[in-house]
Design a protein around this ligand. Sequence first.
Ligand SMILES: *[C@@H]1O[C@H](CO)[C@@H](O)[C@H](O)[C@H]1NC(C)=O
Ligand SMILES: *[C@@H]1O[C@H](CO)[C@@H](O)[C@H](O)[C@H]1NC(C)=O
Ligand SMILES: *[C@@H]1O[C@H](CO)[C@@H](O)[C@H](O)[C@H]1NC(C)=O
Ligand SMILES: *[C@@H]1O[C@H](CO)[C@@H](O)[C@H](O)[C@H]1NC(C)=O
Ligand SMILES: *[C@@H]1O[C@H](CO)[C@@H](O)[C@H](O)[C@H]1NC(C)=O
Ligand SMILES: *[C@@H]1O[C@H](CO)[C@@H](O)[C@H](O)[C@H]1NC(C)=O
Ligand SMILES: *[C@@H]1O[C@H](CO)[C@@H](O)[C@H](O)[C@H]1NC(C)=O
Ligand SMILES: *[C@@H]1O[C@H](CO)[C@@H](O)[C@H](O)[C@H]1NC(C)=O
Ligand SMILES: *[C@@H]1O[C@H](CO)[C@@H](O)[C@H](O)[C@H]1NC(C)=O
Ligand SMILES: *[C@@H]1O[C@H](CO)[C@@H](O)[C@H](O)[C@H]1NC(C)=O
Ligand SMILES: *[C@@H]1O[C@H](CO)[C@@H](O)[C@H](O)[C@H]1NC(C)=O
Ligand SMILES: CC(=O)N[C@H]1CO[C@H](CO)[C@@H](O)[C@@H]1O
Length: 706
Amino acid sequence: MHYVALDWIRAALEMEFLPLWLCLGFHFLVVEWRNGSGMATAASQGGCKAVDGVTDCRGRNLALVPRNLPSHSRMLILDANPLRVLWNHSLQAYSHLENLSLHSCDLDRIGHYAFQRQEHLSTLGLADNHLSENYKETAAALHTLLGLRSLDLSGNSLTEDMAALMLQNLSSLEAVSLARNTLMRLDDSVFEGLEHLRELDLQRNYIFEIEGGAFDGLTELRRLNLAYNNLPCIVDFSLTQLRFLNVSYNILEWFLAAREEVAFELETLDLSHNQLLFFPLLPQCSKLHTLLLRDNNMGFYRDLYNTSLPQEMVAQFLLVDGNVTNVTTVKLWEEFASSDLSALRFLDMSQNQFWHLPDGFLKKAPSLSHLNLNQNCLKMLHIREHEPPGALTELDVSHNQLAELRLAPGLTDCLKNLQVFNLSSNQLPGVPAGLFDNASSITTIDMSHNQISLCPQVVPSDWAGPSSCVDFRNMASLRSLSLQGCGLKSLQDRPFQGTSLTHLDLSSNWGILNGSISPLWAVAPTLQVLALRNIGLSSGTAEMDFSGFGNLRELDLSENSLTSFPRFSSSLALRTLDLRRNFLTAIPQRAVSEQPLRSLQAVYLSQNPYDCCGVEGWGALQHFKMVADLAMVTCNLSSKIIRVVELPEGMPRDCKWGQVDTGLFYLVLILPSCLTLLVACTVIFLTFKKPLLQVIKSRCHWSSIY
Ligand SMILES: *[C@@H]1O[C@H](CO)[C@@H](O)[C@H](O)[C@H]1NC(C)=O
Ligand SMILES: *[C@@H]1O[C@H](CO)[C@@H](O)[C@H](O)[C@H]1NC(C)=O
Ligand SMILES: *[C@@H]1O[C@H](CO)[C@@H](O)[C@H](O)[C@H]1NC(C)=O
Ligand SMILES: *[C@@H]1O[C@H](CO)[C@@H](O)[C@H](O)[C@H]1NC(C)=O
Ligand SMILES: *[C@@H]1O[C@H](CO)[C@@H](O)[C@H](O)[C@H]1NC(C)=O
Ligand SMILES: *[C@@H]1O[C@H](CO)[C@@H](O)[C@H](O)[C@H]1NC(C)=O
Ligand SMILES: *[C@@H]1O[C@H](CO)[C@@H](O)[C@H](O)[C@H]1NC(C)=O
Ligand SMILES: *[C@@H]1O[C@H](CO)[C@@H](O)[C@H](O)[C@H]1NC(C)=O
Ligand SMILES: *[C@@H]1O[C@H](CO)[C@@H](O)[C@H](O)[C@H]1NC(C)=O
Ligand SMILES: *[C@@H]1O[C@H](CO)[C@@H](O)[C@H](O)[C@H]1NC(C)=O
Ligand SMILES: *[C@@H]1O[C@H](CO)[C@@H](O)[C@H](O)[C@H]1NC(C)=O
Ligand SMILES: CC(=O)N[C@H]1CO[C@H](CO)[C@@H](O)[C@@H]1O
C-alpha cells in the first residue's frame, strides 16, 4: 500500500515535470530558432535573395518564416521549405506583401490569423500542400484576405465541400486554381458569390457531374479548364460569356450547346481526347475561332442510318435532373446546320472516324485557314466551289484511305491560298489534272507513301481523264516536296523543272535515280536539303557528281550500297552528311582533307563494315569533331567488331606496318631456323674436330719425323 502511494507520488511528480520538459523543449526550440533567425538574416544577404522588393527564400530548409527579411518586400517566395504550419502572425512583419508564394511547404495548417494585416495581398500560391487537413482554419485565414485576386490551391486533396468553404465570400477573386484536387461533383454552392472570377482551373480532378447552374453566378468567367476529369457529356452548355473552354481528356460523348439565340463569346473550345460520337452541336451564334476535336470517335453516320439524307439523323438524350427525367430529341443535321462556324479559323478533326464529309460541311466555315483531317478513314475528297474554303492555307489529310481526289469541273482557283498540303500515307495514284494550276501560294506538298506516278509530259489543263499521275513542273511557289516511299521508277524528263525546290525527299523509291542524278539538275541550284535514303545507289554505277548543288546544306545518302566515300566538288557548302548503313570499308584521307567536307558540321558514318586498317582519315575526322555518331562507329579487325573509339592510339600505323613489311615478317620467321642450323653446324664441327685432325695427322704420317 505504501509502495503504491509512493509510486503514485512519483507518477504525479513526473506528470508535473512533463510540462516543464515541454517548456524546456520549446525554449530550446526558440533559442535554436533565434540562432536560426540570425542565420536567416545572414541568408537574406546570402541565402534569401532580396531584389527590388522581391524576396526569394526558395528551398532554404526553413522551418519558420524568417523575421529579418526586408520589411518592405512586396513579393515573398517561400516555396519548397518544410514549414508545415503557417503560424498566427508569422507574416506580421511584412505588411506590404502583394504576392506570397508557399508552394510545396508541407503545410497542413494555416493559423486563423496568419494573414492578418495583409491588406495588399493580391496573389497567394498554396499549391502542393496538405490543406485538406485543417481546412476550416485555413478557410478562416483566407477569409481575412479581402483584396485577394488570385488564389492557387492546386494539389491539396480538397473535396468540393472544402473548396466551397475556402472560397466562400472571397468575392474579390479573379483567378482560382483547384487543379489536381479531388473534386467530384459541382453544384451551385461551390463557386457562390465569386462574381469577379475570370479564370477557373479545375483540371485533373474527378469531376463527373456538373449540376445546371453551378457556374451561373460567375458572370465574369472567361476561361474555364476542365481537362482530365470524368465528364460524360455536356448538354445545354449556356456559359455565354466564356471565351475559352478546355474539356479535353474527359469521356465526353456529346457536346450540346443550349439552343438559344443569344450570342456566345466562345472563341476556343478544346474537346480533344474524348469519346465524342458526333460533331459538337455548337452555339447558333458565336465567335469560335479554334475548335479542337482530335482523338474522338466522331463520324457522319450516313452509312449507319442507310440514308443519303443526313437530315434524317436523330439522337435522343435522356436528361436526368434529380427525380425528373426528360427525353430530348435532337435532329443532328439540323442542329449541326445551325451551328455558327463563320469565324472558325483552326479546326482539328484528326484521329476520328470520318468516312466522308457531307456536302456543304466545309462551306459553313468560310474563314477556315487550318484544317487537320489526319488519321481518319476518308476515301474520297471532293474539291468543289468553296469546299474547302478559299481562305484555307493548311490542309492535312494524311493517314486516310484516299484513293481519289475529285475536282469539280471548271474549278480553277480553289486552292489559291493553300500553302501546305499533306497527302501522306493514302492510296492516291495521282491528283486531278489542273488541281495545282492556280495553287500559286503552295510551298509544301507531302505526297509520301502513296503509289503515285509522275506524268510523263505536260498534261493539258483541260484534260479530264482519270487522275493517275501527278505533275509538279512549273509550280513556281513550291519549296518543299516529299515523295518518300511512292514506288517511283527511274526519273525521266526533269520532273521538277520550273520549281525552286529547297527541300526534296526521294527516299525509299528503289532505283529512282538509276545511277545518275541528272534528273535533279533542274533544281540543283536551289536545293538545300536532299534525302536520297534507301534508293539503291551504288558507287559502281557512276560517280555521284553534286557539283551543281551550290546551296546544298543537308544530304542524306544512308541505306544505300555505297562502297566508297562520295566525291564532292569544292563549291559545295554541305553542313550535314548522312552515310549510315552503306558498304563503306574505308575513310580515305583525301575525303577528309577535301574542301567541301571542311565545312561539315555533322557527318553520320555508323553501320558500315569498315576495315580497321583502312581508317587513315579517322584522326582528322575526330580532330574536326564532326562525326556525330562516332560512339557507334565500328570496324572489323580480323573478324572482330571493334568500336573505333576503342581502337588503340597507334592502331592504323600498326596495320600499315603489318601490311607493308611482310619481308621483315618472313625474316623474323626464318631467323630462328637459320640460327639453329648455324649452331648445329658448329657443334658438328667441334665434335669432329679432333678425329679430323687425327685423320689429317695420320694421313700426314710422314711429318712425324720431327
Ligand atoms: C506574383 O508572382 C507570380 C509568380 O512569380 C507571377 O506570375 C505574378 O505575376 C505575380 N503577381 C503579381 C500581382 O505581382
Ligand atoms: C491562431 O489563433 C487562434 C486564436 O487564438 C487559435 O485558436 C489557433 O489555434 C491559432 N493557430 C495557430 C496555428 O497557432
Ligand atoms: C459570407 O457572407 C454571408 C453574407 O454576407 C455571411 O452570412 C457569412 O457568414 C459569410 N461567411 C463567411 C465564412 O464569412
Ligand atoms: C487543354 O488542356 C490540356 C491539358 O492541360 C492541354 O494539353 C491543352 O493544350 C489545353 N488546350 C488548349 C487549347 O490550351
Ligand atoms: C440500304 O438501303 C438500300 C436502298 O435504299 C438497300 O438496298 C440496302 O439493303 C439497305 N441496307 C441496309 C443495311 O439496310
Ligand atoms: C421530386 O422530388 C421532390 C422533392 O425531392 C418532390 O417534391 C416531387 O414530388 C418529386 N417529383 C416526382 C415526380 O416524383
Ligand atoms: C424537362 O422538361 C420540362 C418541360 O418541357 C421543362 O420544364 C424542364 O425544365 C425540363 N427539365 C430538364 C432537366 O431539362
Ligand atoms: C504530313 O503528315 C505526316 C503524318 O501525319 C507527318 O509525319 C509529316 O511530317 C507531315 N508532313 C508535313 C510536311 O508536315
Ligand atoms: C488559273 O490558271 C489558268 C491557267 O493556268 C489561268 O489562265 C488563270 O488566269 C488562273 N486564274 C487565276 C484566278 O489565277
Ligand atoms: C538504267 O540505266 C541503264 C543504263 O545506265 C539503262 O540501260 C536502263 O534502261 C535504265 N533503267 C531505267 C528503268 O531507266
Ligand atoms: C571482317 O573481316 C573478315 C576478313 O577480312 C571477313 O571475313 C568478315 O566477313 C568481316 N566481318 C564483317 C562483319 O564485315
Ligand atoms: C550555434 C550558434 O550560433 N549558437 C549561438 C546562439 O546564440 C547565442 C546567443 O545569441 C550564442 O551565444 C550562440 O553561440
